[in-house]
Design a protein around this ligand. Sequence first.
Ligand SMILES: Cc1ncc(COP(=O)(O)O)c(C=O)c1O
Length: 432
Amino acid sequence: MANSRRNFIKAVGSTAGIFALVPSFEAVGKTLDSNIHIPQLLLSEDVTDNEDYWTWVQQAYSVSPNIINLNNGGVSPQPIVVQDALDRYNRLSNEAPSYYMWRTLDEGREGLRLKLADLAGVSADEIAINRNATEALETVIFGLNLQKGDEVVLTKQDYPNMIHAWRQREKREGIVLKWINLELPSEDNDYLVKKYEEQITDKTKVVMITHLINWSGQLLPAKQISQMVKRKNKDIYVLIDGAHSFAHFDFKIPDLGGDFFGTSLHKWLSAPFGTGMMYIKKERISEIWTMFASDAPQSTDIRKFEVLGTRSFPTEMATGYAVNFHNAIGTLRKQKRLHYLKNYWVEKALNIKGFSTQTSLKPEFSGAIATFALKGMTIAELSAALFKKARIHTTSIAWENINGVRVTPHVYTTLKDLDRLVDTIQHIAKEI
Ligand SMILES: Cc1ncc(COP(=O)(O)O)c(C=O)c1O
């Protein structure tokens, strides 16, 4: 693509005047103090393998050049513009905390709600802003009216926090958990939908779906599963764990057909640490009890879920900058790049003797995350060797039937980083 088509965004400003004048949260928000230039191409342009473009994106982060961070699935770093906003709002708050946080910055939450709702493709009245996916999803798990004997369908590959929440309800109230054990990776949507269908009975009240399975990067056909569930009984609730799919894959929450969706924003959106979002379909809001009591727990106002006492306003306010940064790239372009990065290294590594992966290479079934093993080595040894030999940070996965080292690049990951990963795996394989 021609350079002449590039239009460079330059975000420059000075912090000098902000603390003197700050009449409203907008005024603080308008002042940017980072010198970041990201080439903004036409959104229709395919930049999947345009390394010039992604090098600029990398420069918008402050990631260490001395560690190759390939555990972005755990939590992601924030672009500098988000870090700067967080810092500014924090410093402002510290000038007079209750004044700035409760009279000024608090106003910003409604704007953030609109921004997140737009990204999610839902009404702002269906979005609650909270601290992480665990809080979002457990609010629904504990907030649902369920009786002894009511059945909940879930998989052994769901996230431990959600499993623990359901088990607690099983112990305390006698609800019944109907377990699915998925054989992964799978490139067969019929198989995946059938596994859920087999567990549904006339006592089923909830089906929980992890949209992208964190252990191995398997993308589940959430829409087809929801459709199957609702065809059987439209009153069965569908709860979707979107911790890893939001801002990673190009979809709108209603496309999935669920009643509830919870996600972290500190993963793929690169928002400040400790940020999350909950979606509840409008007509379901009154049915869900709040985790922290409000004066009207059965109200239809989504804001009832945000009554949790003093929290970090700077964190919430800086989240809007992460949405802007994400939108500047565009969700589809990000999805394609993340999938490309995963396939880039896995396809090369498949030639290494003893290498195996537990992740599909197809875009319908995977994104950035891949989990792999090397024959003759434990996963803990493998992960440690990657760090020792080449400062490559990954995580070891041993959960149910999934065993391997999980590698998760992000938009700032370069092909050189991934070449180093493959070379190092090759090196280790030769030494086994
Ligand atoms: C599938 C899944 N759900 C939920 C969570 C919990 O996210 P958080 O730590 O933001 O609460 C994670 C975290 O890795 C996850 O992978």
